[in-house]
Design a protein around this ligand. Structure first.
Ligand code: HEC
Ligand code: HEC
Ligand code: HEC
Ligand code: HEC
Length: 367
């Protein structure tokens, strides 16, 4: 994860926490949330704010599941049941760059709204659309689907000083990036009709006083984000040092420096020619053959591939004696047992394996 991403994640968590403190009831994802879907899922799951999405699904490992927690939400606001639904458009989906292995699919927004709104009206007196369609498509939707009282624009919203009535819907556009504050007041009849309404959308500029508690929280969050990057850089440094000092296979040439006689004996065994055997068969490119004909296959610091690991082809000293870095620094080598050999002398390659007989053939203790 990049530092930038780390800070973005931190900010997202912080913003979410602040939204919760401010009493947000519901939310629907935008580009940023699709781009970091695992975090969005976590935030929805762990917060009080309900994730609403009526037409969006996430696809992972070929399986689709709904995005968010609910397709619709009905909440009692000052004694009035208010229903929320949310639709996502192609526009947002095509600009999203979700993480590897995650894609999204949606149902047609107008078809979804046509099905959802009448259902919602049965339970709610006021129906609110949270739109991620962009202004043009949102307008088309409210013209074609009756029964939407309020439309909130979340995708490319303009800033309007006041909400406006379009078709039979009150359209509320309060600008981008949390730099504005939108207020919409509805006066609702006992029979559930909107008798009157008014709005006031404020630009949060220098004239808007800071809220002490929030300003303090922002300051703390900024300091914490800096600290996050600092400790991360320290971790990285420690990891790099660890990497340098960690165990890796040295190769027979290094062992030879101190064990010439054992080296010469080994050189005369079939083990020292195991790679050539594969090459002669043209099988030195095949993983299923390489594993037993090299040193340290699939072990940390062992044979990786033909190009990177030419010094670790053949069944070298460390294939039997184990990785040698610690030993080269002075510690003992682990003792050899029959299992050391049968790791490779197994199955079709171990049919005639007799430990005592075989051991005698590789013996270099009394050269
Ligand atoms: C810097 C010199 C040096 C290098 C390099 C070295 N060894 Fe050793 N090795 C020794 C010495 C000295 C001993 C005897 C140590 C003892 O008796 O405690 C020894 C002992 C051994 C033994 C006997 C068992 C034991 O632990 O005492 C084996 C097996 C062994 N080395 C294998 C290897 C292998 C495999 C390599 C290459 C990865 C290697 N050595 C590289 C110096 C070296
Ligand atoms: C990393 C895998 C591996 C390990 C561990 C291993 N061998 Fe081998 N061994 C081979 C391969 C591969 C060959 C065949 C080499 C060739 O002919 O190209 C072989 C060949 C041999 C041969 C020659 C076969 C013959 O009879 O001509 C003997 C003997 C032998 N190994 C004994 C041992 C003993 C004893 C051990 C344990 C102390 C051992 N090997 C550990 C992979 C291994
Ligand atoms: C599980 C470990 C292992 C794998 C995997 C393996 N080998 Fe071997 N191979 C051995 C051992 C051990 C020997 C020595 C057998 C003996 O002679 O005792 C050997 C020997 C050989 C020999 C020479 C002796 C003979 O029997 O002809 C050839 C050739 C060979 N292997 C080719 C291959 C090819 C090709 C593959 C991939 C299809 C392969 N090996 C995969 C362990 C393995
Ligand atoms: C096929 C397995 C195998 C391979 C490959 C192998 N050894 Fe050994 N080595 C043994 C066995 C078995 C012993 C006997 C001691 C034991 O059981 O630990 C031994 C013992 C040793 C000893 C101790 C010698 C003594 O006199 O006690 C040294 C040193 C050693 N090996 C170095 C090497 C070096 C260096 C290489 C590579 C050039 C190498 N070995 C490759 C199996 C192997």
């Amino acid at each position: 994860m990049s530092n930038k991403r780390l800070v973005e994640d931190y900010e997202s968590r912080f913003i979410w926490e602040m939204m919760e403190r401010m009493g947000y009831l519901a939310s629907t994802p935008g580009v940023r949330e699709l781009n970091n879907y695992p975090l969005y899922e976590e935030l929805v799951r762990t917060s009080e704010i309900v994730g609403v999405s009526s037409n969006l699904r996430v696809v992972r490992d070929g399986t689709a599941s709904p995005v968010g927690e609910r397709k619709t939400l009905v909440v009692d606001i000052d004694g009035v049941p208010v229903g929320f639904f949310a639709v996502m458009g192609e526009d947002v989906m095509s600009t999203a760059r979700p993480p590897e292995g995650i894609t999204f699919e949606n149902d047609d927004p107008i078809e979804t709204a046509t099905a959802v709104v009448p259902e919602l009206r049965k339970k709610a007196e006021i129906v609110v659309l949270m739109s991620q369609l962009g202004p043009t498509d949102t307008r088309r939707l409210i013209e074609q689907v009756p029964g939407i009282d309020v439309a909130l624009f979340g995708r490319r919203p303009a800033w309007k000083e006041q909400a406006a009535k379009e078709a039979n819907t009150i359209v509320q556009q309060t600008g981008l990036r949390g730099q504005y504050f939108g207020e919409l007041v509805l006066i609702v009849d006992p029979d559930g009709r909107i008798a009157d309404w008014g709005s006031r959308n404020i630009v949060l500029d220098a004239q808007t006083p800071e809220h002490d508690e929030i300003a303090q929280a922002v300051k703390e969050a900024e300091a914490a984000a800096k600290e996050l990057i600092r400790t991360r850089q320290e971790d990285r440094r420690a990891e790099a040092e660890d990497e340098l000092s960690s165990e890796h296979f040295l190769g027979a040439d290094k062992c030879r420096r101190c064990h010439e006689s054992e080296y010469r004996q080994w050189e005369s065994t079939a083990h020292a020619a195991a790679w050539r055997t594969l090459e002669q068969d043209g099988k030195h490119t095949q993983d299923q053959c390489i594993s037993c004909h090299v040193t340290g296959w699939e072990k940390a610091g062992g044979f990786l591939n033909r190009n990177a690991s030419q010094d670790l082809v053949n069944v070298q000293c460390e294939a039997c004696h184990g990785v040698g870095t610690q030993h080269a620094r002075g510690s003992k080598v682990k003792p050899i047992t029959e299992e050391t050999c049968t790791a490779c002398h197994t199955g079709e390659w171990g049919k005639d394996f007799d430990y005592a007989v075989a051991l005698a053939k590789v013996d270099h203790t009394h050269p």
